[in-house]
Design a protein around this ligand. Structure first.
Ligand SMILES: Cc1cc2nc3c(=O)[nH]c(=O)nc-3n(C[C@H](O)[C@H](O)[C@H](O)COP(=O)(O)OP(=O)(O)OC[C@H]3O[C@@H](n4cnc5c(N)ncnc54)[C@H](O)[C@@H]3O)c2cc1C
Length: 515
């Protein structure tokens, strides 16, 4: 007999498998001795009351044990199969490659950046020497923008694909099985490279190809459809289907498409700053305590407010995290955030961004207007920070009061921060909405407004400023058969899980399309 029960326990008890089993058996009205299997199916933190609880959905069995191993998928040998070209080795590209193999086609993954291990050196060069390699940075390289991230795996777009399949694949390649049960799962920067390497090794072992240092510079066409790609070194690679999964920062790809007459469209995105508080401040707000219970995870928050017709919201919050320098070219400063799996750094950072509808920046008919808008602000941030990767920053209360910060608090952003009034960097309508948004967040979260918090500019790569259109049924570009715009860069995903799901969908469409 199998039973599902819901229980709520104090954090320390919820971390003890024996106590969980006892509480679940009691809730199910079963004798403890009769329980043969006990498995957590869902885990979430309920911090509404003064004493936070961990809510657990538990499956019990009186017949058999319930330990379930997630197996690596059996992949067929596709060495001799027709190729599908996949441009970009981010989550969309990697999951597209695995899906191609599963369906019997040979993926050829082309990635401008380096493998995860070599990529580390280039990240160190950004942090320490302020040198940005335009092909190898926090956005470009094996695993894409998600590799050196917090690895949050929460998505709202669960109607667009099988979230469980993505999570199980990540577990099969080395992620903790906890991600299958946590309400807000995350992997952490220290674990992601190993998982991504294992995925690449499986793709190659099945006969697929993964080529690093291989930047695609042109789409080849024949008979009105895509027939392959040209890479920077001049080589031409041919295939009947090209999945273009190049991410939100591949501005040269948007330029290449536009120059080649492939229709692309400007799309709204969001822009603002990254805010950093001491983690203890956020823990106090969320858990109503002076010191966080060691059995509770570092707290996170989600905030949203409408200001003068536009949304101001928190984005990609990283508890116990580090603010990362995410520029993809010299002369720009861009922030985002990452956390290790334990989220054990003393700071909590989050993007706080303001919607940028096309009307805010749009030159009518210019699909690259959003890119120009993003770039101008990132370059302004770089100039204001001193022309290197140091970022302009201002204490939160100083920003709200329009007062210069004479000094800055400690901050996790490794290239360093420089006191600058952020109105110099941000567009006026964005800065004023940010101010009102922060005031509203402070009213909802007591203690959030503090001059211990620092705003670091600029958070600009929240999503792609361009959409590459595609037919809803075939997923091919409406005017260029064989081209599958895919993932976040094409405007069809936002985040690791949704990009992975989109990669799977595009691969299925590419493999099953009549040629
Ligand atoms: C620091 C940071 C933290 C983040 N944290 C999270 C998080 O916690 N949770 C979450 O869901 N999302 C997070 N994100 C966002 C997430 O990483 C992206 O949404 C996701 O990676 C998008 O996947 P993608 O495959 O569509 O594109 P990308 O991951 O951007 O991959 C695109 C790949 O294409 C390659 N490429 C580009 N142009 C070319 C070319 N011409 N030729 C060959 N290759 C090319 C790039 O080098 C890159 O590797 C974070 C992003 C960053 C930067």
């Amino acid at each position: 007999m199998e039973r599902i029960v819901e229980i709520a326990l104090p954090p320390r008890e919820a971390a003890d498998a024996v106590l969980v089993r006892e509480a679940a058996a009691e809730a199910a009205g079963l004798e403890l001795d009769s329980v043969r299997g006990c498995r957590v199916r869902k885990r979430s933190i309920d911090a509404r009351s003064r004493a936070p609880l961990v809510r657990l959905r538990i499956e019990l069995s009186t017949d058999h044990p319930l330990d379930e191993e997630v197996e690596r998928p059996e992949l067929p040998d596709v060495g001799g199969a027709p190729p599908v070209i996949i441009v970009g080795c981010g989550p969309a590209g990697l999951f597209a490659a695995l899906t191609c193999i599963r369906l019997g086609r040979r993926p050829v993954v082309l990635e401008r950046g380096k493998d995860v291990r070599s990529r580390r050196r280039d990240l160190a060069a950004i942090n320490r020497a302020h040198i940005v390699d335009p092909d190898s940075n926090y956005c470009f390289g094996e695993g894409g923008a998600g590799t050196y991230s917090d690895g949050k795996l929460y998505t709202r777009s669960d109607k667009r694909g099988d979230v469980g399949a993505v999570l199980r694949t990540l577990v099969a390649f080395g992620a903790s099985p906890d991600i299958l049960v946590d309400a807000h799962p995350h992997i952490g920067t220290n674990k992601l490279p190993g998982i991504i390497t294992a995925m690449r090794e499986a793709i190659i072992a099945a006969g697929g190809e993964v080529r690093f240092g291989t930047r695609v510079v042109e789409l080849l066409r024949s008979g009105g459809r895509v027939s392959g790609v040209r890479i920077e070194a001049g080589e031409e690679l041919l295939a009947g289907a090209v999945i273009l999964a190049t991410g939100h920062s591949a501005r040269d790809v948007f330029g290449m498409l536009h120059a080649g007459g492939v229709r692309i469209e400007a799309k709204p995105f969001a822009l603002g700053v990254r805010i950093e508080h001491p983690q203890a401040v956020i823990d106090r707000i969320r858990y109503h305590c002076d010191v966080r219970d060691p059995y509770l995870p570092p707290a996170s928050y989600n905030a949203v407010q409408q200001v003068d017709g536009l949304g101001v919201y928190s984005f990609c919050m990283c508890p116990g995290g580090i603010i990362a320098p995410c520029a993809t070219a010299p002369g720009e400063v861009v922030t985002n955030g990452w956390s290790p799996s334990k989220r054990n750094n003393p700071f909590a950072n989050s993007g706080i961004v303001v919607e940028q509808p096309v009307a805010v920046f749009g030159a009518p008919g210019d699909p690259l207007a959003g890119v120009a808008h993003q770039r101008a602000i990132e370059q302004a941030a770089c100039r204001a920070g001193g022309g290197r990767q140091s970022a302009p920053a201002q204490r939160m209360e100083d920003f709200i009061a329009r007062r210069d910060s004479t000094d800055l608090p400690p901050c996790s952003y490794q290239p360093g921060i420089v006191p600058v009034p952020l109105d110099v960097v941000l567009p006026q309508g964005t800065a004023s909405r940010l101010r009102e948004g922060l005031k509203a967040f402070g009213a909802k979260m007591r203690g959030y407004r503090t001059n211990e918090a620092v705003l670091v500019a600029v958070e600009s790569r929240t999503s792609s400023p361009v959409r590459i259109p595609r037919d809803q049924a075939t997923l091919q570009h409406p005017e260029l058969a064989g081209l599958y715009p895919c993932g976040e860069g094409a405007g069809h995903a936002g985040g690791i899980v949704s990009a992975a799901m989109d990669g799977m969908r595009c691969a299925e469409a590419a493999v099953t399309a009549p040629v």
